[in-house]
Design a protein around this ligand. Sequence first.
Ligand SMILES: Nc1ncnc2c1ncn2[C@@H]1O[C@H](COP(=O)(O)OP(=O)(O)OP(=O)(O)O)[C@@H](O)[C@H]1O
Length: 237
Amino acid sequence: MIEIKNLSKKFNKFTALNKVNLSFNNGHSIALIGPNGCGKTTMIKCILGLNVVEDGDVLVDGKSVKEDYRYREIIGYMPQIGRYPENMTIEETIKMIKDTRKIKDVTLDTELLEAFELEKIYDKKMRTLSGGTTQKVSAVLAFLFNPKIIILDEPTAGLDPLATEILKNKIIKEKNKGKLILITSHLLSELDDIITEIVFMNEGQVVVHQSVEDLKKETQTEKISDGIISILKSMKK
Ligand SMILES: Nc1ncnc2c1ncn2[C@@H]1O[C@H](COP(=O)(O)OP(=O)(O)OP(=O)(O)O)[C@@H](O)[C@H]1O
């Protein structure tokens, strides 16, 4: 479970997050959406401890991110742009990350590694990989340690349709196991089958937090994208 309490984040005088309150439960997959620069990645980085939380708090499974960094062991993260040691091969990169985690009693989840057939190109250096292949490595790493919480920042950007489908099915499977999945995306059409809740942000604030079921009912729409457009239109009135 993730609880965000009165979270504000400033970069110098610029307010990127303004008193955000949100709560996400296990077994849900939540889409974090909103225009460029509205604060989605900033919020994710606060959850991950990559941004320092000063004003407000974030609790992961009841533990404040300000206190003990070990809460991060239950989170898998796929960044918007993964950065890896350029001269390492895919195999070496995955091994290095396995070694640094040092968790012994976790069964590794290699389903995506196999589905993306990365072992066939294990010897390729990270710097030679296409953007989409680098994304596949990032996706594999996000799920590898069987984390309870999985955070995916624009996961399908750069992935081909087949890889997108593989990743979507994996997200649905893990959500159905009771995991909490948080996804930022601009591709609303891709979210339809995988999302149970949406959070719509604008200028550092939460404008809407609603279940997909309620969104569709209220806006009398079948697709998430149509529901969001309906909300945006009503906001402008
Ligand atoms: N380290 C930083 N220093 C200064 N400003 C920052 C920093 N990180 C983010 N910002 C600013 O905070 C705002 C929110 O950025 P953020 O990356 O959270 O947006 P986003 O909603 O994820 O956008 P996108 O959809 O483009 O990924 C932007 O105006 C950005 O320039």
